[in-house]
Design a protein around this ligand. Structure first.
Ligand SMILES: [Zn+2]
Length: 489
């Protein structure tokens, strides 16, 4: 079966056909963080889904060109900077850094570009687009000096969200500052400067002000990916009005279909409730690490549920993530041992050889639950084969290679390094991800190996503590010591 995704635009599962199938090159736009505070784990659920999508497309031979914008000017960032009494750029910088840090901890592949909304290049592009929309009668400047998109002039407005505009009219409450708009649903393209904005402003043909959030994404995707893109992602929160507005703006300017596939990630709940600061169930990545969990474990917990199903985050779930990863690690270590023992076991029955089931599950709208189901069923079966001495070295090696392939999608870093009899290091798991062992840790491990050979158990324990103090755990196996970075993220 071919690769297929649920397209929010059509509300159907559609076979994936990129704009240029021969080139195997895909453009992907993913809405990024608004840097007014540290992103929470709900935000990262969406970023991990996008990471999984990119990695799977790459496994399937596509080259993905991905852009993620950084919203570093809006009401919240301006308010935050004012309250902190620092310039806007200085205020947002700390949260941009935190975002990069947390993404690295979670092993999210960085986008090819991270355009910032305040970058002069993109501000110019936004002003240019707004001018074109006004020329086409799709936008107007109101008495409050702001420029709005005229949704009544764009017949497709509401199609992505399957939203009826008359409903918007009948239920919409007119806020004080929205009297100037022609239609309650008209959204701001350019926000006229007011005192609250302080020194945050840019000159424009409509007077000083700043761009609206929606125009940012239209301008950046066009500047970096062209008029039409293959895939656009975000959280379900982004569908309306943000993505609806992006379509109206981009198609309003180009007259071409903006996006082929819209993919949206469902919410994250904590203990069955919406995450909120007032409920005390609001977590960032550092909050989870502070409870003793690793980035790798959090990645697992946020990845394991299908992206269109709400994910309920619980501490019990984090424990399960740890156990699941532990099972994978143990399995890899066992396979590694068998793979090194030439023909020590009987030939493996066909039923226990790797198949394409994992990848095929992901082809089906990224069905990660089914893919992981296959992984754990395989672990169960192959462990039983190894228990019964029915796993030959070649098959064990084939499973390790298989893991190397599927782990390019899962993105779990390798957990252990074996220090062999001569102090030589081999990377466990039998594939390409090298783990860097700090020289100090390596020295202690070699010394410990000598101590153990001399049966100096006291010294051996001392050295274990020293290694532990450096953040590594050591376990003894028949092939040597197994070193594991405590935070394997
Ligand atoms: Zn966006």
């Amino acid at each position: 079966m071919a690769l297929r995704f649920f397209n929010t635009y059509s509300r159907k599962i559609e076979e994936f056909e990129p704009r240029d199938p021969a080139a195997r090159a895909i453009s992907m736009y993913t809405c990024g963080p608004t840097v007014y505070s540290r992103a929470h784990i709900g935000n990262f659920r969406a970023y991990i889904f996008e990471d999984l999508l990119q990695r799977h497309l790459e496994l399937r031979g596509y080259q993905v060109h991905r852009v993620m914008n950084i919203t570093d000017v809006d009401d919240k960032t301006i308010r935050g900077a004012r309250e902190a009494k620092v310039p806007l750029a200085k205020f947002t910088e700390q949260f941009k850094e935190a975002f990069v840090e947390d993404s690295e901890i979670l092993r999210i592949k960085p986008a090819d570009e991270f355009p910032a909304a305040t970058d002069r290049r993109y501000i110019d592009r936004m002003i240019e687009m707004i001018g074109e929309l006004i020329e086409r009668g799709l936008a107007y400047q109101a008495d409050d000096k702001s420029v709005y998109f005229r949704i009544n002039k764009f017949p497709d407005y509401g199609r992505l969200a399957h939203f009826d505009l008359t409903q918007l009219q009948s239920t919409g409450r007119v806020k004080h500052d929205e009297y100037d708009k022609e239609h309650i649903g008209d959204f701001a393209l350019w926000k006229a400067w007011d005192e609250e904005d302080g020194d945050v402003k840019w000159e424009s043909p409509w007077g000083p002000g700043r761009p609206g959030w929606h125009i940012e994404c239209s301008a950046m995707s066009m500047a970096l990916l062209g008029d039409q893109i293959d895939i656009h992602c975000g959280g379900v929160d982004n569908i309306f009005p943000h993505h609806e507005a992006e379509i109206a703006q981009s198609e309003g300017v180009t007259g071409k279909k903006f996006v082929r596939y819209w993919l949206h990630c469902a919410h994250l709940l904590v203990d069955g409730q919406k995450m909120s600061k007032s409920l005390g169930n609001f977590y960032t990545v550092p909050d989870v690490l502070a409870k003793g969990y690793t980035g790798r474990e959090l990645r697992y917990a946020l990845l394991r549920v299908h992206y269109r199903v709400p994910l309920n985050f619980t501490w019990e779930g984090m424990k399960e993530a740890r156990e699941s990863l532990g099972r994978i690690d143990e399995w890899l270590a066992r396979l590694d041992e068998v793979a090194k023992q030439e023909n020590a076991q009987r030939p493996t029955p066909n039923a226990q050889r790797p198949t394409a089931a994992f990848e095929e599950a992901l082809d089906d709208d990224l069905n990660i639950s089914a893919a992981l189901g296959f992984l754990f069923e395989s672990i169960r079966q192959t462990n039983r084969a190894m228990d019964q001495n029915q796993m030959d070295a070649a098959t064990a090696g084939a499973w390790l290679n298989w893991w190397g392939r599927v782990n390019t999608v899962l993105g779990f870093p390798h957990q252990f390094v074996l220090v062999g009899e001569t102090g030589r290091f081999t990377v466990g798991g039998g594939n390409a991800h090298m783990i860097h062992v700090p020289a100090e840790v390596a020295e202690f491990a070699k010394e410990r190996e000598n101590a153990r050979r001399e049966k100096n158990w006291e010294r051996s324990d001392e050295l274990r503590d020293k290694i532990s103090a450096l953040g590594w755990e050591v376990r003894d196996t028949k092939n040597g010591q197994k070193l594991t970075p405590r935070d394997a993220s």
